[in-house]
Design a binder for this molecule. Structure first.
Ligand SMILES: C=CC1=C(C)c2cc3[nH]c(cc4nc(cc5[nH]c(cc1n2)c(C)c5CCC(=O)O)C(CCC(=O)O)=C4C)c(C)c3C=C
Ligand code: FE2
Ligand code: FE2
Length: 340
């Protein structure tokens, strides 16, 4: 029997320092997130980061937490409920980190007799710290505990026609009546080093603007290229002119160079450049979460207004948008009918 596993990143169980520490421990000890030799990662994460960050992150989570729980989890559950109504096969939701694990999701499907899983990682773009780690984890769980299950994973969908149309419709709906003169596409950042590690050609990605427009095999796993493509496709349909939009990367951790330009620097510089009314879109996330609700909608707004900005609007993620649900249903039905 066929079944679907939807996978998102996951959140702590609560905003308490203890729960946030447990979540960050699993997240940051992932070798695809902090890519150091095990002993170095162990010392950095357990010896340094976990001593201070859980309290700080817990306070940030408190600012966005809902009565029902983490927005990322609640919104993913709402999406899943709507999705279940539209397909006839078993569906489960799993998270890469935290209690609602991929293991639990696969087990839930297994108990319903599922032998073939269609997994949709809810990430439009390929990064070793997002899409790749989900695939590796699911494959490990299946090899260890469910060897008879066949797994097929939906590819990244950064330039998929249906996804782009869904984004464009949602953006147009949210921006109706909003007074803005510039759109910032703010993507989750990754360390520049990760771009080089994921470059399958080992020579294409230069990180200097010279490579992302040249066709290459490397783009199949190039986060930077894929983010730029998402923006290009969206602005094409929105008919935006060159100087009225730009890209940036947010959520840096540690001191290594991350993808540039940095969102916080851009937000502080816009007013001086005459861009005083902006809208921010966060396409790396299909679900609103700490990084969009706190970092962009709250902190980003404050930084922009303090620097002299006048109007600031964050466009919500797709969340449980009906057209978005229908898009993932369509991908699923194509898989059921061997059309993907
Ligand atoms: C969009 C995909 C994501 C990529 C790529 C990604 C890379 C990445 N993240 C960190 C560190 C942290 N990220 C945190 C939160 C967080 N990250 C994503 C998505 C991607 N991360 C989401 C959806 C969220 C929000 C989770 C939620 O519960 O709402 C956090 C935790 C919060 C904090 O302490 O700031 C950390 C830490 C690294 C190091 C990285 C790539 C190397
Ligand atoms: Fe992250
Ligand atoms: Fe590139």
């Amino acid at each position: 029997m066929k079944g679907v596993l939807l996978v998102n990143l996951g959140s702590p169980d609560s905003t308490s320092t203890k729960d946030v520490r447990k979540y960050l421990d699993e997240f940051l000890m992932d070798e695809r997130v902090i890519d150091m030799a095990y002993w170095k990662r162990f010392l950095l994460v357990k010896g340094i980061i976990l001593n201070t960050r859980p309290k700080k992150s817990g306070a940030a989570y408190k600012k966005i937490w809902w009565d029902e729980g983490s927005p990322l989890i609640v919104l993913s559950e709402r999406f899943t409920e709507k999705f279940k109504q539209k397909v006839k096969i078993p569906v489960a939701l799993g998270m890469r980190y935290g209690s609602m694990s991929i293991q639990k999701g696969i087990n839930e499907l297994h108990e319903q007799g599922v032998t073939e899983i269609f997994m949709v990682p809810l990430y439009p773009h390929y990064a070793m710290s997002s899409y790749e780690t989900v695939v590796v984890k699911a494959e490990e769980v299946i090899a260890k505990d469910f060897p008879s299950i066949k797994l097929e994973t939906f590819p990244v969908f950064y330039n998929d026609k249906e996804y782009i149309n869904t984004m464009v419709e949602s953006i147009q709906r949210h921006l109706e009546g909003i007074d803005y003169e510039h759109i910032l596409f703010s993507y989750h950042g990754i360390p520049e080093r990760h771009i080089r590690i994921s470059d399958t050609t080992k020579s294409h990605c230069q990180l200097d603007g010279s490579c992302c427009n040249k066709p290459s095999e490397a783009h199949k796993t190039c986060y930077r290229h894929q983010c730029f493509e998402t923006t290009k496709e969206i602005v094409k349909q929105l008919n935006l002119e060159g100087k009225t939009y730009s890209n940036s990367f947010q959520s840096r951790l540690l001191k290594d160079p991350w993808l540039k330009p940095y969102t916080d620097f851009e937000l502080e510089a816009f007013p001086e450049k005459g861009k005083k009314k902006i809208a921010v879109i966060t396409p790396a996330f299909v679900t609103d979460c700490l990084e969009t609700l706190e970092e962009i909608a709250m902190e980003g707004k404050e930084q922009f207004l303090e620097a002299g900005g006048e109007k600031y609007f964050h466009v919500p993620c797709l969340n449980d948008d009906d057209k978005w649900v229908d898009t993932v249903v369509k991908w699923t039905k194509n898989w059921e009918n061997n059309k993907n």
